[in-house]
Design a binder for this molecule. Structure first.
Ligand code: 48F
Length: 262
């Protein structure tokens, strides 16, 4: 092709020049979200839309978290009002009204549109990155960022020192295991953080409580989505996703407010 010169080293240099610039630029952010599931991607959209420099760190090479598995691998996601309205209006997701206030969505559409809106709003997604620890500061105790390495290194189970990302706010959106709060609690017992784990299913109660308890766990550290249930010992809700969207939106609003009032 005229004007195109392809060589192996040329390809490598293009990748290196671009990728190292990205890693340098995003080594310091306003908000670092761990997990590209429904709550993390929703939060990313609203945070980036508000003009905050936002990064989403996801261990897998794909986004969506539990959305893809949906309800026992069946291709229908259930949400309820008001999440249904948010998904339709802010994310352009198409809904099918099933009655009783329940709506059904195609999981592939939901994953793609949450990610697209977040990326178009300015959030940066880094895939294949595993978050293994937090950065901590004292006086007063504060979470100041994250220690990360490539997921392939984690899978190979070989010890490698991490690299670091500094953030004014860290969001644990890692789902059922609340991995960020768990590691912060385990490595820093003086913080007094506890992760009792989620309780058995009680969908109607769980949907409300997850949103209600969404928020700041300690200075610099926030929790959203199913990680909220793990941190506060709340019941699970099973395959209904409204609270994941509401929780993601809520954590974004709280962080925007906290960072603006600093
Ligand atoms: O599990 P996940 O979808 O979390 P969520 O946003 O939504 C939960 C629902 O999907 C569903 C449910 C409610 O209906 O019960 O399960 O709370 O997404 C969490 C994402 O975080 C990634 C993980 O790969 C997944 O994509 N993740 C978890 N731990 C880490 C991580 C880690 N240490 N580093 C990077 N990514």
């Amino acid at each position: 092709m005229a004007g195109v010169s392809i060589s192996e080293v040329g390809i490598t240099r293009a990748i290196m020049r671009s990728a190292l610039k990205i890693l340098d630029e995003y080594s310091s952010v306003d908000v670092a979200i761990v997990g590209a599931g429904p709550s993390g991607m929703t939060a990313a959209y609203y945070l980036a839309r508000a003009g905050l420099k936002t990064i989403v760190l996801e261990r897998r090479f794909s986004f969506g978290g539990g959305i893809g598995g949906a309800a026992s691998h069946l291709p229908s996601i259930v949400v309820e009002y008001p999440a249904s309205e948010i998904l339709s209006e802010d994310f352009g997701v198409r809904l099918q009204d099933m009655g009783d206030g329940l709506f059904v969505i195609d999981p592939a559409e939901m994953m793609a549109k949450l990610a697209t809106r977040a990326i178009d709003a300015g959030a940066k997604f880094l895939l294949g990155i595993n978050v293994e620890d937090v950065i901590i500061r004292d006086n007063p105790p504060r979470i100041a960022g994250l220690a990360v390495y490539w997921s392939s290194i984690q899978m190979a189970n070989i010890h490698t020192d991490p690299f670091f990302i500094e953030a004014k706010a860290v969001v644990d959106a890692t789902g059922h295991d609340a991995e960020v709060v768990t590691v912060a609690a385990r490595k820093n017992p003086d913080l007094g953080l506890k992760v009792p784990g989620e309780r058995s299913a009680y969908a109607s109660v769980a949907e409300d409580l997850v949103v209600k308890y969404t928020g700041r766990v300690m200075e610099g550290l926030y929790v959203t989505g199913m990680a909220v249930a793990a941190v506060y010992g709340l019941p699970r809700m099973g395959p209904i996703f409204g609270s994941m969207i509401m929780s993601g939106k809520r954590v974004a609003e709280l962080i925007i407010n906290d960072l603006r009032s600093r």
